[in-house]
Every structure is written in C-alpha cells, then in structure tokens.
Design a protein around this ligand. Structure first.
Ligand code: G1P
Length: 293
C-alpha cells in the first residue's frame, strides 16, 4: 500500500458568487480571519503529512503562486524594522523548495477535468484531493482522520469525507449510499452527483476531501460530461468503484461551504471565535452587535 504524499488543490474556479470581490482577486485568496482560504486548506493537508501540493490553477490566479513564494521586499522591510513575530509567521507558512507545483486548467470543464489536469504531476500513486471552497474546522485535520481510515484498511482503497445535510439540500452535493461499517468508516454502496430528493440514497454528502487511487486518471481520460454539462469527478468515481472499494468517513469537525456567502461569513465568525488572541474580544463585540438588532 503506497502512502499519500501528494495533494491536488483545484483553484481554477471563477468565483462568480463573490463578485465584485473576485473580479481581480481569486476567490481562494479571500481571508478567513487573516489567512486566505487556500492557506487554511494547505494547513489541513500539511497537518495530515502531505509533502507535495499540486495547484490546478487558471488565468488570473497568479497571486496564489505568489502567496506560496517569498515576498522579498516585505521580508527586507520587516527585518529592517526587527519585526520578528511577522517574519516567523511568514517563515512558518512558507513551503520548502520544490514542494509546490502549478498547472493550468485551460477551460472550466468541471472538477473531474481539473483533477485529470494534474495526472502527470501525481503519477502512479494515490493522492489526496481537497476542494478549497470547503473549510473543515476540526481538532484533528479532516484529511488526517481520513488517512487513518486509509491506513487501517491496509489495501488500495479510496476514502471520501461525508457529512449529513438536510434532505432539502441533497441536490447541491454528491450523495453516497451507506453499506456495512468498517471501523470508524463505512463501505460506500453508491454515489450520485446532485440527486433530486427522491433519488438520493441517503442524506450523506461528499464534503470536498478525497483520497483516491491513480486509476481514476485512466477513467477520467474518457469520462463524458454529466450533471451541469461538466466532467464530474463523481461519475468517474462511480466507475472506479466497480474495481476498488470506496469508504465514507463521517469526520469529526464542522465544515463551512465558503463558496456561499453565508458559509464564508459563518467560517469567519467560527474561526475568529476559536482564536485565543482575538476570540474573547470578538465574542463581546458580536454579542453587542446582535443585541442591538
Ligand atoms: C463538488 C462535487 C460534489 C461535492 C461538492 C462539495 O460539487 O462535485 O460531489 O459534494 O463539491 O462541496 P460543486 O460544489 O463543485 O458543484
């Protein structure tokens, strides 16, 4: 069983739901408190032991690459002013040389296509996939929890993070069918992308964290368009599930759909409240604000 060393981060999305904020700035750079969304997701992957980060970008996404590089003028100025804390903060976040790769998805053809664009960079090994629209606030990195399932299964398998959603929202997600339990996880019996309420096999949605075997690339190579006219990862996973087991994990933690305004705002509140430095003051401010309404 090969270890999971690489992660794909698809960051080519246009961010139309956040216009005009995302007209000139990638949505992945929107801050949750003081860290860009993409940094939070990289943090989660790092905590799970990921060594190589593959960003599938698009046009106008150059600042994501800059964010994971050094900022020479800034560092020089901070050093001149002896601002140690800020320098240490920047150094802690900086990936080592060669730890990041960037490739472009030239057209918005869907998540399945974005993953396929990374095939040469991933090669013949299992990998993690993290959608940066989704933040998971957890005591232990959500991907780390999935790795534990993957390691306990002990053979080439695929693991997907899932969570319960209200039945009236199943049409917004990939939904899984639930089979026998396997430790903390369960066998996935079926997957459907954005089903109607009547066609949904459960109310467990695919949360945007995956561990996948490299055979998915062979399948994606001839995957036709599915829901919304896009090449859907879920459709390719359905085909892969005929060859290999898929496990679902209801992870411990809370997810935020930062692709939606409400989810993004809620994430900011939750992450701010959880911070030792600003949490208490922010809680007081929030209380006042809400009592005035
Ligand atoms: C994608 C996946 C879907 C998953 C969702 C999680 O959909 O296709 O299966 O449930 O992410 O956020 P999208 O949100 O890109 O439409």
């Amino acid at each position: 069983m090969k270890p999971i060393r690489k992660a794909i981060l698809p960051v080519a999305g246009l961010g139309t739901r956040f216009l005009p904020a995302t007209k000139a700035m990638p949505k992945e750079m929107l801050p949750v408190v003081d860290r860009p969304l993409i940094q939070h997701v990289v943090d989660e992957a790092r905590e799970a032991g990921i060594e190589h980060f593959i960003f599938v970008t698009g046009r106008n996404k150059g600042v994501i690459e800059d964010h994971f590089d050094r900022q020479f003028e800034l560092e020089l100025t901070l050093r001149e002013k002896n601002r140690r804390t800020e320098l240490e903060l920047l150094a802690a976040d900086l990936p080592s040389a060669g730890q990041t790769s960037f490739t472009r998805q030239q057209a918005p053809l869907g998540l399945g296509h974005a993953v396929w664009c990374a095939r040469e960079l991933v090669g013949d090994e299992p990998f993690a996939l993290l959608l940066p629209d989704v933040l998971v606030q957890a005591r232990h990195s959500c991907l780390r929890q999935m790795m534990e399932v993957y390691e306990s299964v002990g053979k080439a398998s695929n693991v997907i993070a899932v969570e319960k959603v209200p039945i009236e929202r199943v049409h917004m997600y990939g939904i899984v069918g639930v089979g026998p339990a396997n430790g903390k996880a369960f066998e996935i019996t079926e997957m459907v992308e954005k089903p109607s309420r009547d066609d949904a096999p459960s109310n467990l949605s695919i949360t945007g964290r995956y561990i996948l075997q490299p055979e998915i690339f062979r399948i994606l190579a001839d995957q036709g368009r599915g829901a919304g006219g896009e090449i859907q990862l879920t459709d390719a996973m359905i085909r892969l599930a005929q060859e290999q087991p898929f496990y679902g994990l209801e992870f411990e933690g809370k997810s935020f759909d930062c692709g939606s305004k409400i989810g993004f705002l809620a994430a900011n509140v939750a992450y701010a409240l959880a911070r030792n430095d600003i949490g208490p003051a922010f809680r007081a401010e929030l209380k006042m604000l809400l009592s005035e309404r």
